[in-house]
Each structure stands twice: as structure tokens, then as C-alpha cells.
Design a protein around this ligand. Structure first.
Ligand SMILES: Cc1ncc(COP(=O)(O)O)c(C=O)c1O
Length: 442
């Protein structure tokens, strides 16, 4: 597969012109850092380099390559992560002041976009499972009830895989959305690789109208590199204008080159590596499940329900850290370990040895319960997010309206969103997620 962006930059470096254009480092690392080799590649929109939000040259060509790999009607790049894609998707489908039915275990990028666009959000609360607010069950029936519960939403929004790696019934939910003429947007930030498994279970293949993938999360792409995929041709040609409303006008060409190179990687062996990594991790999960409670997740992730092994998640993460293993995320209940196609047997063996050396106390630890947790709304997300506010201790916050809350990222899933009333339960949960202060509306 061609790499037009990389080829252009390579040629430019070879020609060695006097760089009388941005960026100010002029391709030279005057600090002599380990990043020296990257500086010459960090270019900007010079002649021939195309322009991300008005792409018609090398970027457009590279995006077409990605669209053919992901089997989409259109794919556009983001150098601002899935965060920018989420803003753009909601802008395209709902516009300002629109209405969206959204599954609650969404990333804060959604809540921030809702504040920017003044969206009216109808929350669909999952049936929380495994003692975590990050994951739960959402049925087709729950989605249909939400769609029919009032004024028709402009879209249905869900996250799959969720932060713990659980995959939802995107196909079933897409069918019910389309039955009622409602587009489905999926936050697939954690699932770019799902298009390349032996069965394509990427949201676009399952019927989503739009989705975002953080290439940087699960594929060998630099941080910030993401895809906005369009499945429904009705939305083709709209993404660039929407993205340009929120993204920097100076997107990183380093990120764009890594997205460009990833196309070549996928078409020349990367897909095989994804499948092989998934198989290896699957075998390890089977072996470890004799000792650990391993959650059912997407194939490149291992989520351990630590509490069920008699350990808190952060304790298990600390033990693994002593063996030189750094996890993606740990909280009271779970530890999330992310695998990758760039890993092979050596990494599997290292993880296996570390996991097998953990001594588990096997005491019964109580899982938190979140059934019925649904904070009351007092004002819109936008009103509360932009209202004059003050930062107070969560202990003093009962009865106050949340303006904004620090949502640790990862996992970036909001315990309470702007405009909702903080009650005793919220305070307990915030503390459980180690959040001790909150911004409230003055
Ligand atoms: C589920 C989910 N959606 C969206 C995002 C935002 O993605 P990005 O960091 O690529 O902007 C994240 C980031 O962690 C995420 O976990």
C-alpha cells in the first residue's frame, strides 16, 4: 500500500531546502534530545503537503487507503485523538442544541462535546456488572426504549469496547436504531484492530453510521492519531468541516505520517500480527483463568477482576509493577492490561511469569454495587459547565449542582456530569474513584 505522506516528507528532507516556514525548530533539534531524528519530519502545510481539513492531495490519498483497509464509505484522520472525532461526529449528526440518547459509561470527551454543542442528553444507564461503573449490560430493548421514550433523538451514542474491554451488541443496536431512523455513533476508541480479526467486528461492519478509533490506543500509531470512519454515505463529505471547528490548524505531521505508515503496516503483515497476538493472548487467558477471574473482553485486552482473587486492583497492579509490568489501568475492582500486535511470545511469557508469581490471599472482598445509580439533572450540561463555579471538597458538596468534576483519565468515565445534583451516593462513589474535590455551580 502507498505511503504518500511519508514519501513526500522523505523527499522534502532529501532535497534539503532552506526552511523559511514553520515550525520554528526548522527541522533541527537544537537541544540534542533523544528526539533529534524526529525533528526533520515535523513539517507543516507547505506546498505539496496538503492540509488536513481541506485534504485533496497526499492526505486525501492516504485517507483513501485507510478507508479501503477499514471497509468504510469514508475515513478521515485526526491528529487530536478520538476526542476531536467525537466532537466532529456529534456536530455532524446532531448540530448545536441537538438531542442524543447516550449510554452513560462514555468517555468525558463526549460530555465535553455535549457542553460545547449544548446537547440535550438522555442517559441510558447500563446494568452495571462486576462492581464497576465502567462497564455493564446494554440490551437492544434498552436502546429501543430510550429512542421511543420522548422526542426522537438525533442519534444514539455508545462506547464499544468499553474501558474494561467489553464489546456490546452493536449489530443489534444498529438495527433497532435504523428501524426508527436514528443514526448510531459508536466510540470505538479502543477497537481499531477489530476490523482485522478473522471475523470483522468493527462497528462500521456491524452497522454503525459513524465511529471513531484511536489508532494510537491499539495500533502502532503515535499518540493523538485517530480515525473518524463513516459507514453511512449520507454523512460522507461532512467530517472535515466539522473537525476544523474544533481541531488545531497545525495538526502534527508526525502523527499523520504514523497513520500513513500504519496503512502499509496493516496491508503488509500487520493484520496477521493482530490475529497472532489475539490468539496468543487468548491462550494465556485460558491458562490463567484457572487462577484468576478474567473478564470476557475484546481479544487484545486482558481485564482481571482482581477483587474476585482477594486483591484490590491497585494492589495487583503494584505487585505486577514490582515484576516490571506496567498496566493500562487499575482501580478498586479491576486491572486492565493492553496487548498489541507489536508484541509476541516474549511479552506473553513475561506476563505469564509475573501473573503466576502473584500470591493471592483469597479473602472475600465485597464488590461495590451501582444498581439504580442515576444522578438527578438540575440544568443542562452546557449551562452548568459554563456557569460561574467554585471548587469545594466533595464532603461539602451534597445538594450542590456539579459544574465539572475531575475525571481521572484513564478511564475518563464521569461519575457525575455537569448539571447534575451531587447526593450522598455520588460523594461515596467519587471518593471510591479517589476524587476528593469538585467544581460546583455558585
Ligand atoms: C472510550 C474512550 N473514548 C474516547 C477517548 C478519547 O480518545 P483520545 O485520547 O484518542 O482523544 C478515550 C481515551 O482514553 C477513551 O477511553
Amino acid at each position: 500500500m502507498t505511503t504518500p505522506i511519508c514519501d513526500f516528507v522523505q523527499k522534502y528532507i532529501f532535497e534539503n531546502p532552506l526552511r523559511l516556514h514553520m515550525p520554528g525548530h526548522k527541522g533541527r533539534d537544537i537541544f540534542g534530545t533523544p528526539l533529534s531524528a524526529a525533528y526533520p519530519y515535523d513539517i507543516t502545510e507547505i506546498k505539496g503537503a496538503d492540509s488536513l481539513f481541506e485534504a485533496s492531495g497526499i492526505i486525501a490519498e492516504s485517507e483513501k487507503n485507510a478507508a479501503s483497509l477499514f471497509h468504510t464509505a469514508e475515513t478521515v484522520y485526526s491528529a487530536g485523538g478520538s476526542t476531536l472525532c467525537i466532537q466532529a461526529m456529534l456536530d455532524m449528526v446532531c448540530g448545536a442544541g441537538g438531542r442524543v440518547a447516550a449510554v452513560r459509561n462514555c468517555h468525558r470527551a463526549f460530555v465535553n462535546a455535549a457542553a460545547l454543542l449544548d446537547l440535550d442528553v438522555l442517559w441510558v444507564y447500563p446494568e452495571y456488572e462486576g462492581g464497576s461503573l465502567l462497564s455493564g449490560r446494554v440490551t437492544v430493548e434498552m436502546a429501543e426504549n430510550a429512542i421511543l421514550s420522548g422526542e426522537k433523538p438525533d442519534c444514539f451514542y455508545m462506547t464499544s469496547p468499553d474501558y474494561l474491554g467489553k464489546i456490546y451488541d452493536v449489530r443489534g443496536i444498529a438495527e433497532v436504531c435504523h428501524k426508527h431512523g436514528v443514526p448510531l455513533i459508536v466510540d470505538n476508541a479502543h477497537g481499531a484492530h477489530l476490523a482485522f480479526l478473522s471475523e470483522n467486528i468493527h462497528p462500521i461492519a456491524l452497522g454503525a453510521d459513524l465511529c471513531c478509533d484511536s489508532g494510537h490506543k491499539m495500533l502502532p500509531v503515535l499518540t493523538g492519531g485517530a480515525y473518524l470512519h463513516i459507514g453511512n454515505p449520507k454523512f460522507a463529505g461532512m467530517a472535515k468541516a466539522a473537525m476544523s471547528r474544533y481541531g488545531s490548524t497545525s495538526p502534527s505531521y508526525l502523527i499523520l505520517q504514523s497513520l500513513d505508515m500504519c496503512n502499509k503496516y496493516l496491508s503488509e503483515g500487520g493484520i496477521k500480527q493482530i490475529r497472532s497476538a489475539a490468539n496468543m493472548l487468548n491462550c494465556l487467558k485460558k491458562e490463567l483463568s484457572a487462577v484468576y477471574r478474567i473478564e470476557e473482553t475484546e481479544p487484545l485486552r486482558m481485564t482481571v477482576s482482581a477483587l474476585e482473587c482477594g486483591l484490590y486492583g491497585h494492589q495487583l497492579a503494584d505487585i505486577l509493577r514490582e515484576s516490571g509490568i506496567e498496566c493500562e489501568y487499575a482501580d478498586e475492582t479491576h486491572v486492565v492490561l493492553l496487548f498489541s500486535p507489536v508484541f509476541g511470545k516474549a511479552e506473553i511469557d513475561r506476563l505469564k511469569a509475573a501473573m503466576k508469581s502473584v500470591r493471592m490471599p483469597r479473602i472475600l472482598l465485597q464488590s461495590p454495587k451501582y444498581e439504580g445509580y442515576a444522578p438527578k439533572k438540575a440544568m443542562s450540561i452546557r449551562q452548568a459547565a459554563f456557569a460561574p463555579s467554585e471548587n469545594i471538597s466533595v464532603d461539602d458538596a451534597e445538594g450542590k449542582i456539579c459544574s465539572g468534576v475531575r475525571t481521572a483519565c484513564p478511564p475518563g468515565v464521569a461519575v457525575i456530569v455537569s448539571g447534575e445534583v451531587i447526593d450522598k451516593e455520588t460523594i461515596k462513589i467519587l471518593k471510591r474513584y479517589s476524587i476528593f474535590d469538585v467544581n460546583v455551580v455558585k
